[in-house]
Design a protein around this ligand. Structure first.
Ligand SMILES: *[C@@H]1O[C@H](CO)[C@@H](O)[C@H](O)[C@H]1NC(C)=O
Ligand SMILES: *[C@@H]1O[C@H](CO)[C@@H](O)[C@H](O)[C@H]1NC(C)=O
Ligand SMILES: *[C@@H]1O[C@H](CO)[C@@H](O)[C@H](O)[C@H]1NC(C)=O
Ligand SMILES: *[C@@H]1O[C@H](CO)[C@@H](O)[C@H](O)[C@H]1NC(C)=O
Ligand SMILES: *[C@@H]1O[C@H](CO)[C@@H](O)[C@H](O)[C@H]1NC(C)=O
Length: 285
């Protein structure tokens, strides 16, 4: 008996024919609840869309709104055998250095004079190539300056196809990572690269030769405005040729950028503005 009553109570809760209530509410009560939630969610979606729209309006396609590490560019070398930056080869064994020459060929192909003169402008050297937007009028796309492969002379791979590797006078190419808006150098003095051996190897490094002369990154390649604004940008390069490096021994080398407004190896980033690598040339004689 009691069980029957309970069952009926449940049935009535689900659908009560007397009061015409479904789950304890009338149709109009349910309708109001649904309406409320409908309006509530439409309102939320609208608010989200509006916020998103306003945020996107403040973004510029051609320039990052936030940028970290403005003043501490990293440096990299080519050829790069692996992540460890070790260039080790055997003069008598062509296979051991031919891959370096090929890697440099691939790396330098976009710097061919013919490619550069097609893509880029001849700029006025020794001063920044500034192409600012004037207010809301965007000055896009921005032009870039030519960096002809022939600037690297003996390290260009044009007259000497093997970049000196076959005679134990190898070339290393150095570039500085792109930093948007960076103006390196100061008072018209361009930043330049210098390389030296780690202390214990200082008598093994021998004489060095830099291309372009003095290892400078000309000011005309700065500032850089970003991939989208400056589509054809070619990073300037510096080549270092080792003229008389000691063979059959490891030589640990460090190259760094000299510019009074680029902090070298700051506390935040030990590798800023410098790059280290090992060079070892083996020979049987
Ligand atoms: C660049 O120049 C080198 C040597 O002059 C040539 O072998 C190579 O095919 C050229 N590459 C391009 C992409 O023009
Ligand atoms: C780069 O090479 C091209 C073709 O040889 C030449 O016309 C141009 O003047 C060179 N540019 C610079 C900046 O030297
Ligand atoms: C980029 O290079 C292409 C040729 O490869 C040229 O047609 C175009 O005008 C260049 N654009 C800029 C902004 O320099
Ligand atoms: C290289 O540097 C020396 C001294 O710092 C300077 O006298 C010379 O003019 C520079 N050469 C070039 C080509 O910039
Ligand atoms: C090359 O270096 C060796 C010592 O490593 C030295 O004896 C020799 O004089 C140097 N040669 C030249 C041309 O500088």
């Amino acid at each position: 008996m009691a069980k029957d009553g309970e069952k009926n109570e449940w049935k009535e809760f689900i659908w009560n024919p007397r009061t015409r209530e479904f789950l304890g509410r009338t149709a109009s009560s349910w309708g109001l609840i649904l309406l409320f939630y409908l309006i509530f969610y439409v309102f939320l979606a609208g608010l989200f869309a509006l916020t998103m729209y306003v945020m996107l309006q403040t973004l510029d396609d051609h320039k990052p709104t936030w940028q970290d590490r403005l003043s501490t560019p990293g440096m990299v070398i080519r050829p790069k055998a692996d992540e460890t930056y070790e260039i080790v080869y055997d003069i008598q064994n062509t296979e051991t250095w031919d891959m370096y020459a090929q890697a440099l060929d691939r790396f330098l192909a976009p710097y061919n004079n013919s490619v550069q003169s097609q893509k880029n402008d001849e700029c006025v050297p020794d001063k920044y190539f500034v192409q600012e937007d004037s207010g809301d009028v965007k000055n896009n796309p921005k032009r870039s300056c030519q960096f002809n492969r022939t600037i690297l002379e003996e390290c260009s791979g044009i007259n000497d196809r093997y970049y000196g590797y076959q005679e134990g006078k190898p070339c290393i190419i150095i570039k500085m990572n792109r930093v948007i808006g960076m103006l390196p150098g100061k008072n018209g003095q361009a930043p330049y690269v210098t390389c030296g051996a780690k202390r214990e190897d200082s008598d093994k490094i021998g004489e060095l030769m830099y291309f372009p002369p003095n290892g400078t990154f000309n000011l005309m390649y700065y500032p850089y405005y970003g991939k989208k604004a400056q589509v054809n940008y070619s990073q300037p390069l510096v080549a270092v040729k080792f003229l008389n490096i000691t063979v059959n021994e490891d030589v640990n080398i460090e190259c760094k950028i000299n510019a009074n407004n680029i902090p070298i190896g700051s506390e935040r980033d030990k590798f800023a503005g410098r790059v280290s690598f090992k060079l070892r040339i083996n020979t049987m004689n």
